[in-house]
Design a protein around this ligand. Structure first.
Ligand code: PHE
Length: 479
């Protein structure tokens, strides 16, 4: 598509994709999931999934964006036509837009907590505070819809501002300032953790692999986390890929994104657990690890308020560079499809996600129990939305893998990837079989009745079915 926007530099896609990938998933979710699931074993599964499933799907998703040079929904529509596949594949775009919208709604609320803690830290409010005071403080934040809504509004408005200014003046310039600063802060916090904490304990916790530590639930979470952390299956990477230079290598870039993303998670984990062990605290605190355990560790350390404040700025920046990638795919679609201006499109997406986010806000207080979500799904609205995205993202990833591996004309895919035939064959094997099998495994495990030997059986059935459907869709008529 001539005249379509392209990033200013060959390497900007890498910057943008790393910005999207590195976020609350690395700094907040990864450490607490690792802490809850016994450390090293969890990391092993996580790393394997990133390598065998994450990277191949990352390559596929970027490729879909770059060959179509359109926003995810319009791009999928375009590809179904040019590759003469079924229109049904367009659902990849719609599913992605729905996930982006849902994730943004709760992502912004949680990033808002980091805003609160940046403030508390930098004003020195928590210096010398004891465990009770700090956990009461966190509970008080959760109990206040007013406070949470205020932070949620501030955060999402900031993200909207950046995307509203366009991909060059807004997203690119923003990332060019934010990302290097984030890496510097991360290193500073790590050094601080090494000096003041117990890095030996942290390292042995993170890197001692004892597969027996891992429950099946942990397996699932490790695989789900690898999708979430790479921003896969919901159009963010596809939207950014649409602006990627044709000269940049898809495979090398994807490997670099996965590598940096994983490294950030490990360094953050190392820094956080050094501080947690150094202060003699518990690792398995769940979501409160960052907002209760960590502030408590900082409370008694030299320059804790300052370094703690800087740490929460890191969290905020990382969250911001991810939330803009959640707005972009939907905003770009609205611009392309309805000829809106960018500010109009961003406003529509953000106002809708903001309103949806209020459901997350009240899930921690006034709607914490007894709502329709509890009676229908046995969980709060927030937990339900999170569950939906945990299903949508792997599902989107599965469909992307099938579409790229089976439905697209493979000679053209090979041209677009531009790698050595051996690498191409490896990639294709991974997206055709390994990715779909892994995702099916995750889904099947969520059905409690399916036990033991049934899993491999059903898994292979699904692969065969996927093959058949892929072939059929490939040859069905374009409408
Ligand atoms: N990858 C981001 C993180 O780790 C979350 C995210 C998911 C961002 C999907 C964009 C799209 O925090």
């Amino acid at each position: 598509m001539s005249g379509h926007n392209v990033w200013t530099h060959k390497g900007t896609f890498l910057l943008a994709a790393v910005g999207s990938a590195v976020g609350l998933g690395n700094l907040w979710r990864f450490p607490y999931l690792t802490g809850e699931n016994g450390g090293g074993a969890f990391i092993l599964i996580y790393a394997l999934t990133i390598f065998a499933v994450g990277i191949p799907i990352l390559i596929a998703e970027t490729m879909l964006g770059r060959t179509s040079r359109r926003s995810p929904i319009m791009g999928m529509r375009h590809l179904t036509k040019t590759h003469r596949t079924s229109r049904a594949w367009e659902s990849i775009g719609w599913l992605g837009a729905a996930s982006a919208f849902l994730i943004l709604s709760f992502y912004s609320v949680i990033a808002g907590w980091a805003l609160h803690y940046t403030w508390l830290m930098l004003t020195g409010s928590l210096v010398g505070a004891d465990a009770q005071t700090i956990s009461d403080g966190f509970n008080a934040l959760l109990a206040s819809p007013r406070l949470m809504t205020m932070y949620h509004t501030l955060f999402i408005a900031g993200s909207a501002l950046i995307v509203g200014m366009g991909i060059h003046k807004g997203i690119e310039s923003g990332l060019r300032i934010m990302m290097p600063a984030l890496f510097v802060i991360l290193i500073v916090v790590l050094i601080y953790g090494i000096i003041n904490g117990d890095v030996g304990a942290a390292a042995s916790f993170l890197f001692t692999f004892n597969i027996g530590d891992l429950s099946l639930e942990g397996w699932l979470q490790a695989m789900g986390q690898s999708f979430f952390t790479l921003s896969l299956g919901m159009g963010a990477i596809m939207a950014y890929g649409a602006y990627m230079s044709s000269d940049a290598s898809l495979t090398r870039t994807a490997i670099a994104v996965a590598f940096v993303d994983t490294a950030v998670a490990m360094v953050a984990g190392l820094a956080i657990f050094s501080l947690v062990f150094g202060a003699g605290l518990e690792t398995g605190q769940g979501p409160g690890l960052m907002f209760v355990t960590l502030p408590l560790a900082f409370a008694d350390m030299p320059f804790g308020a300052l370094v703690g404040g800087v740490f929460f700025i890191l969290v905020l920046g990382a969250a911001l560079s991810s939330s803009i990638s959640l707005i972009e795919p939907v905003a770009a679609f609205l611009v392309e499809r309805f000829d809106m201006t960018r500010p109009q499109a961003v406003t529509i997406m953000v106002v809708a996600a903001w309103a949806m986010g209020l459901l997350t806000v009240v899930s921690f207080n006034v709607w914490a129990e007894g709502t329709i979500f509890h009676s229908l799904f046995g969980r709060s609205a927030f937990e339900f939305i999170e569950l939906l995205t945990n299903i949508f993202m792997p599902l989107g990833g599965l469909m992307i893998a099938l579409f790229a591996g089976w439905a697209l004309t493979q000679s053209e895919v090979m041209k677009e990837l531009g790698t050595h035939p051996t690498w191409f064959a490896l990639w294709r094997f991974l997206v055709r079989f390994v990715g779909p099998a892994a995702v099916s495994f995750v889904f099947l495990r969520t059905i409690p009745q399916v036990e033991g030997y049934l899993i491999p059986t059903l898994g292979s059935l699904i692969i065969v079915a996927a093959f058949a459907i892929g072939q059929r869709l490939r040859h069905s008529n374009p409408s």
